[in-house]
Design a protein around this ligand. Structure first.
Ligand SMILES: *[C@@H]1O[C@H](CO)[C@@H](O)[C@H](O)[C@H]1NC(C)=O
Ligand SMILES: *[C@@H]1O[C@H](CO)[C@@H](O)[C@H](O)[C@H]1NC(C)=O
Ligand SMILES: *[C@@H]1O[C@H](CO)[C@@H](O)[C@H](O)[C@H]1NC(C)=O
Ligand SMILES: *[C@@H]1O[C@H](CO)[C@@H](O)[C@H](O)[C@H]1NC(C)=O
Ligand SMILES: *[C@@H]1O[C@H](CO)[C@@H](O)[C@H](O)[C@H]1NC(C)=O
Length: 426
């Protein structure tokens, strides 16, 4: 049988009695005496079924998770904001961070449906035995806490979970493969943790809308099936991924809006298939080891507003079709080895949209030294399938008259906010 331990019952009585204090100030002392009496009474009669008298739960489902929450509370080693002081008594729906709702399988029942610990700064050695034991949980947001350990495989038993935000914690170990068995999950945010190892290909088969994996220690190559993802937002930045950008990325053309690959160790040439991403508004693969020319197919990224490939080893001409993109607000190609820009690109430089500082372009200010450029080009470089770099896989509508250059600064982009530790993306 369910029976909470002793101190909790007392806390709930205190909570109950607090309400009556302002009205009956005179009775305060009396109540205290009563409480003390109760303590003595109860501590001497452990076998009595005290729960129904003292803890009145709104619903059986809340009674069932009460001890789970209290057990977790006891594992918390730091609570600088004091949120857990509200985690007392039977009114779980009033605990700070907990939200109740009717579960899908019984619309008259009341259950813990959502938890929002964003910014609470709680420290606990593990979330095991907590979130995985709240069977009706649909949302768990815990940005900026100090939760450690790994994610329990039991989390796969949460049949309603669709948002899991564990960002900016101290979680470690391999990619939590239990998450791969959760068909309801649509939002997964585990950025800013200490996860390591490779990312399993199955995560790209999951029907996710958003996948934030940035700022971990993920390594090895990106799975070849990356383009199977249904995500609109994909952030893999600030890890240690190596190898090629998978050519399959083009398969995500009807969904992918924002892609962050910056600050990894990606090598090889840019796949021509990136140009298929006609929903993309942001593509950032800056600060990698990418080489080769910029494919002309990028001229098909008709919605792109921010395109960052700065700090790579790219060379050749900046294709005019790319500079003709009508929605570009920031085209960053600085710190590469480009050698040529045409008139459209020059216009973008003038308007501040295109940054080609520190390249090898004759006649432009702030370029690399002749020595640096010579050294770079003394090593023979090539890409597989070079002919694909000239293909433009879309119909370019020729612009007449002036190029409509956007002068406003780029609008707020969701995945860039994921690059800040404390930002809640949702
Ligand atoms: C929850 O707290 C609010 C205000 O803090 C109060 O009005 C309400 O009665 C409480 N609900 C329960 C079930 O205790
Ligand atoms: C639905 O929940 C209510 C409230 O907890 C309960 O009384 C009822 O028995 C439940 N119905 C079913 C079909 O489980
Ligand atoms: C959380 O962990 C970080 C890094 O270990 C530490 O600097 C910080 O003080 C911790 N915060 C709390 C509230 O324990
Ligand atoms: C353009 O993008 C680069 C690279 O991400 C960034 O450093 C720069 O601040 C951006 N410029 C503007 C005006 O937003
Ligand atoms: C070369 O590129 C074309 C498209 O331009 C593609 O159809 C073909 O599969 C590519 N071949 C290799 C070996 O990458």
């Amino acid at each position: 049988m369910f029976r909470p331990h002793w101190p909790i019952k007392i806390e709930s009585m205190v909570l109950f009695n607090q309400a009556s204090i302002p009205k009956f100030k005179v009775c305060t002392i009396l109540l205290c005496i009563l409480l003390v009496d109760c303590q003595i009474l109860e501590s001497t009669s452990q076998s009595l079924p005290l729960l129904p008298d003292i803890l009145n739960f709104l619903d059986q489902r809340l009674a069932l998770v009460f001890s789970i929450i209290q057990t977790f509370k006891n594992t918390i080693t730091s609570d600088p904001l004091g949120v857990t002081t509200t985690w007392v008594g039977p009114n779980i729906c009033n605990y700070t961070g907990f939200y109740c709702d009717n579960p899908p399988d019984n619309l008259t029942a009341i259950t813990v449906a959502s938890i929002d610990f964003n910014g609470f700064q709680l420290s606990a050695p593990s979330l095991d035995g907590f979130i995985d034991q709240l069977p009706d949980l649909a949302l768990f947001h815990a940005n900026s806490n100090n939760f450690s350990g790994t994610i329990s495989p039991k989390i796969a038993g949460l049949k309603y979970l669709y948002e899991l935000d564990l960002s900016n914690n101290l979680l470690s170990g391999a990619f939590p493969t239990s998450i791969l068995n959760m068909p309801t999950l649509s939002f997964l945010d585990i950025r800013y943790n200490l996860f390591t190892g490779s990312v399993p290909p199955q995560i790209f088969m999951q029907p996710l809308d958003a996948l934030f994996l940035n700022n971990n220690n993920f390594m090895l190559t990106l799975p070849n099936n990356l383009g199977d993802t249904s995500a609109l937002y994909l952030t893999l930045a600030n890890n240690k991924f190596t190898g090629l950008i998978p050519r399959s990325i083009g398969k995500a053309s009807s969904t992918l809006k924002e892609v962050l690959l910056l600050n990894n160790l990606l090598t090889g040439c840019l796949p021509y298939e990136i140009g298929f991403l006609n929903q993309a508004i942001l593509f950032d693969a800056g600060n990698n080891l990418l080489t080769g020319p910029l494919p002309c197919s990028f001229g098909c990224l008709e919605k792109v507003e921010v395109l960052n490939l700065a700090r790579n080893l790219l060379y050749g001409q900046v294709p005019e079709v790319v500079c003709a993109l009508g929605n570009l607000a920031n085209l960053s190609l600085s710190y590469n080895y480009f050698t040529k820009v045409g008139p459209l690109c020059k216009k973008l430089i003038m308007s501040g949209v295109l940054d080609v500082r520190k390249n090898c372009i004759l006649g432009l200010p702030d370029q690399r030294s002749v020595q640096e450029c010579t050294t770079f080009f003394s090593i023979p470089r090539t890409c597989m399938n070079l002919s694909s770099f000239n293909i433009i896989p879309c119909k370019i509508i020729p612009r007449r008259g002036k190029t409509p250059v956007r002068t406003e600064s780029p609008r707020h982009l969701l995945s860039y906010s994921a690059l800040s530790r404390n930002n809640r993306v949702l």
